[in-house]
Ligand binder design. Structure first.
Ligand SMILES: O=C(O)COP(=O)(O)O
Ligand SMILES: [Mg+2]
Length: 229
C-alpha cells in the first residue's frame, strides 16, 4: 500500500504527543483569571487540532456566551503567557513514539512535523521532549498562509524533507490531517487515540488505521518487502 516511502510526516498534538493536560491547565488558568468557570481536560480535548486561537475562542464562547474581540484579546494574552511557561509539565510522547522515530531515522527516512500549533510553542516543546533532532522539517501553523486542512503545510514539509508527495505519507489523529494529506497527494495513516473528537468519519477516512506508532516501522518495512517480492 505504501511502497517506496521516503518521507514520513507527523501531526503533533494527538499523534506524537498528548498535549491536552497542559493545554487544559492553560485554558483553565485563563478562565479563572477572567472570573469564568473552568472547563476541564475532557472538554479541552474536543477543541484541540485547529490551533490555539480556536481553542481559546471555544473556551471563551462556552463559558462567557460571548465572542467579544476584547475578551479574546485579554484571554489569549493570559493563555499564551501561561502555556509558554508550562509547555511540557504534563505533556509526553504517546507510547511507541520515541522508538518508532529512532527506527525510521536509523533507516534513513526523512521525517517532518506538520502542526497547526505556532512555532513559539512547537519548537521548545519538541526540544524539551528530546524529539527535535528526529525531524528534518517542522512546519507550524504560523509558517504558512493556510493551515491544515489546506495542502500548503504538507507540500512545504515534503519539499523541506527533499521529497515528492508520491513518496510521502502523513500520520495524523484528525480529519484536518486526512484532508490536508489527500489534497496534497499524500498517503495517510490514522491513529485513534488522539483528538479526533469522536468523529466517525475519521475511522474510515485514512488509507489505514494503526493502534500506535509502534506498528509503523514494520508496516513500512513489509511494504518494502512486498514491493521486492
Ligand atoms: O490545535 C493545535 O494547536 C495544534 O494541533 P495539531 O498539532 O493537531 O495540528
Ligand atoms: Mg492533531
Amino acid at each position: 500500500m505504501f511502497s517506496d516511502v521516503r518521507v514520513v510526516l507527523f501531526d503533533l498534538d494527538g499523534t506524537l504527543v498528548d498535549t491536552a493536560p497542559d493545554l487544559a491547565a492553560a485554558t483553565d488558568h485563563m478562565l479563572e483569571s477572567l472570573s469564568l468557570p473552568p472547563v476541564g481536560e475532557a472538554r479541552v480535548r474536543t477543541w484541540i487540532g485547529h490551533g490555539v486561537n480556536h481553542l481559546i475562542k471555544r473556551a471563551l464562547a462556552a463559558t462567557s456566551g460571548s465572542e467579544q474581540e476584547e475578551l479574546f484579546e485579554s484571554g489569549s494574552r493570559l493563555f499564551l503567557d501561561y502555556y509558554a511557561g508550562h509547555l511540557a509539565d504534563r505533556t509526553s510522547p504517546y507510547p511507541g513514539v520515541v522508538e518508532a522515530l529512532d527506527e525510521l531515522v536509523g533507516r534513513g527516512l526523512h521525517l517532518g512535523v506538520v502542526t497547526n500549533k505556532p512555532a513559539r510553542f512547537t519548537e521548545p516543546l519538541l526540544e524539551s521532549l528530546g524529539l527535535r533532532d528526529a525531524f528534518q522539517a517542522v512546519v507550524t501553523g504560523d509558517a504558512v498562509t493556510e493551515q491544515k486542512p489546506a495542502p500548503e503545510p504538507m507540500l512545504k514539509a515534503v519539499r523541506l524533507c527533499g521529497g515528492i508527495p508520491q513518496q510521502a505519507i502523513m500520520v495524523g489523529d484528525s480529519m484536518t490531517d486526512v484532508e490536508a494529506a489527500r489534497r496534497a497527494g499524500l498517503g495517510v495513516i490514522g491513529v485513534p487515540y488522539g483528538y479526533n473528537h469522536g468523529d466517525k468519519l475519521f475511522w474510515t477516512a485514512p488509507d489505514l488505521m494503526i493502534q500506535s506508532l509502534a506498528e509503523l516501522p514494520a508496516l513500512l518495512e513489509s511494504n518494502k518487502a512486498d514491493e521486492c517480492g
